[in-house]
Every structure is written in structure tokens, then in C-alpha cells.
Design a protein around this ligand. Structure first.
Ligand code: NAD
Length: 282
């Protein structure tokens, strides 16, 4: 029975997962090494709740209770000491994630399930850093977490059926649909999405059309709810570049990161999170 969830990393995804988990009735401890990121997450969760109340989507009392169910800490040990499930949402870098999984294995209760929110990487490799590979799994949420319906559930080599069932049950309680995917770089969604985004960036670089017209064409012509460039800005161009680098390494040439993406990341144009990517934001 999962009652308490630890979320590691309070960036774009971690804060969204914490918000949705608290609304679903779980007590949540949200951890980040950066106090600033934690403070931003706290403010963003408050803002998101206020918006939902204003629109009549959530009741004030429900939001208040959910808000009170989230604790914030910079100490991983504190975030996971009572956890039944931990969801890791730190940077998309294997070395960083492996180090986090080692710490989770040391400090989370023996019964706790350790999940990663990676977009592309191998849950088996993370599980191998722990003494409980049968309790490790990927739960791939989507951005923004409170709006997107899907969680991809990815089994590692040794993941038990019981672990898969718990991950599915928790996702369902959070109001999500699930698909079960066999482990392969990029799973189903990132493998497709990264390719589309990268092609759009290459087209922009080649002068095929403006960013606005590429996005408009894909939205109105192909019926995508968002254009690939505005979606990349939402994801974060640093995160997208790490996704591409991993897929390039494991799936080959067609995933070579667009030079334009590399250039934007070098310039610090990371999308919405820095106020500028393919578009400018207030
Ligand atoms: P982000 O850069 O917005 O946030 C990452 C956070 O992790 C930062 O706040 C950083 O301070 C923190 N962090 C770094 N090292 C840490 C550590 N050792 N311990 C604790 N915190 C640490 O990244 P994000 O976009 O939220 O992505 C997080 C994960 O979710 C990645 O694996 C990414 O691929 C995946 N993901 C991202 C999206 C998206 O749209 N951004 C969608 C689905 C999955």
C-alpha cells in the first residue's frame, strides 16, 4: 500500500509529480539539492492550485489539504525515510541518476519501490546500482504533469510483476492512463517525439520556414496539439539535448542532435525556464 511518496528533483517534472501526487491524497516529500529550485517549486505549486481554484476545477479546502501534504527538503535522507515509493526526477544524466539510486537504496525503507521519471534511459542500469532490482521501474510522466494523461510504465530486466502493479495503481490514483513498454532507449513516446522535434529544429536552421510557421503547420496540418518547437521550449532545451545525446549514442545517426539545439543550449536559451528558446516568454 503506497501512502507516502518521495520525489527527488523539484524541477519542471518533479514539482508537477509532487503536485499531482498530493492532490491524489499521498503525503509527499519533495527534495532537491538546490534550495532555490525548491522555493520555485513551492511557489509554482501554489500558483497552479490558485489557478485551478479560480477556474472551479478544484475546491479551496482540497487544495489547502493537498498543499499541506507536501514537505520540502534539501536532504535526500529525509525525503525518503518514510517512503513507500520514490520517484526520481533529476537531470537526464545517467551518472547523476545512478548516484541518486545508490543513495535511495541506502536510505529508503527496504519495502520501498524506486521509480525513475527518465524520458529515455535504462531502468535496468539504474536498478543495477541498487540491492533491490525487482523493486525498480520507470514511471515516465509527461509535461505538464497535471494536464497530461499518460504514464509510460517501463519494466527493467528484473522488475517484478508486483512492482509493475503498484506503479500502475499509483498512476491510476493520480488520474492517469498507463501503457506498459518493454525497455528500449526512448521507450515509445520520446523515441518518436525527439525525432520530430529534431527535424523541426533542422528545418528552422535550413530556413525551410519560420518557427511560427513550422509549429502552425504541424498543429493545423497534422493535428498535433502543440508544435514541436513550442513543445521543446516547454520541455527545456537542455533536457531535450540530453535526451538526444542519449538516443544518438544508443540508436544511432538519425538522433544526432540538431546543431541549432546545441547552439541554443550553449547560449543559455533553454526555453520557457529561462524566458527564451525558439520563442520569447515574459
Ligand atoms: P529540470 O532541469 O527542470 O529539473 C531537474 C532538477 O533536478 C533541478 O531542480 C536540479 O536542481 C535537480 N537535481 C540535480 N541533481 C540532483 C540530485 N543529485 N539530487 C536532487 N536533485 C537534483 O529537469 P526536468 O525537465 O524536470 O527533468 C527531470 C527528469 O524528467 C529527466 O530525467 C527528464 O528527462 C525527465 N522528463 C522531462 C520532461 C520534460 O518535459 N521536461 C518530461 C518527461 C520526463
Amino acid at each position: 500500500m503506497v501512502k507516502h511518496i518521495g520525489v527527488i528533483g523539484s524541477g519542471t517534472m518533479g514539482k508537477g509529480i509532487a503536485y499531482v501526487a498530493a492532490l491524489a491524497g499521498y503525503t509527499v516529500a519533495l527534495q532537491d539539492i538546490s534550495p532555490n529550485a525548491l522555493e520555485r517549486a513551492k511557489q509554482d505549486i501554489r500558483t497552479e492550485m490558485d489557478k485551478a481554484i479560480k477556474r472551479g476545477l478544484l475546491g479551496e479546502e482540497d487544495c489547502h489539504q493537498a498543499y499541506e501534504r507536501i514537505a520540502y527538503t534539501t536532504q535526500l535522507k529525509d525525503a525518503v525515510k518514510e517512503a513507500d515509493l520514490v520517484i526520481e526526477a533529476v537531470l537526464e544524466l545517467m551518472d547523476v541518476k545512478i548516484e541518486v539510486f545508490k543513495q535511495l537504496d541506502l536510505h529508503a525503507p527496504r519495502h520501498a519501490i524506486l521509480a525513475t521519471n527518465t524520458s529515455t534511459m535504462s531502468p535496468t542500469e539504474l536498478a543495477a546500482a541498487t540491492s533491490r532490482p525487482e523493486q525498480c521501474i520507470a514511471m515516465h510522466f509527461f509535461n505538464p504533469v497535471h494536464k497530461m494523461k499518460l504514464v509510460e510504465i517501463v519494466r527493467g530486466l528484473d522488475t517484478s510483476d508486483a512492482t509493475v502493479q503498484v506503479a500502475k495503481d499509483v498512476a491510476k490514483k493520480m488520474g492517469k492512463e498507463t501503457v506498459e513498454v518493454n525497455e528500449f532507449p526512448g521507450f515509445v513516446t520520446s523515441r518518436i517525439n525527439c525525432l520530430i522535434g529534431n527535424e523541426a529544429m533542422n528545418m528552422l536552421m535550413e530556413g525551410v520556414a519560420s518557427a511560427e510557421d513550422i509549429d502552425k503547420a504541424i498543429k493545423l496540418g497534422l493535428n498535433h496539439p502543440m508544435g514541436p518547437l513550442e513543445l521543446a521550449d516547454l520541455v527545456g532545451l537542455d533536457t531535450r539535448l540530453r535526451n538526444m545525446e542519449y538516443l544518438y549514442k544508443h540508436l544511432g545517426e538519425k538522433y544526432r542532435p540538431s546543431p541549432l539545439l546545441v547552439k541554443y543550449v550553449k547560449a543559455g536559451r533553454l526555453g520557457r525556464k529561462t524566458g527564451r528558446g525558439f520563442y520569447e516568454y515574459d
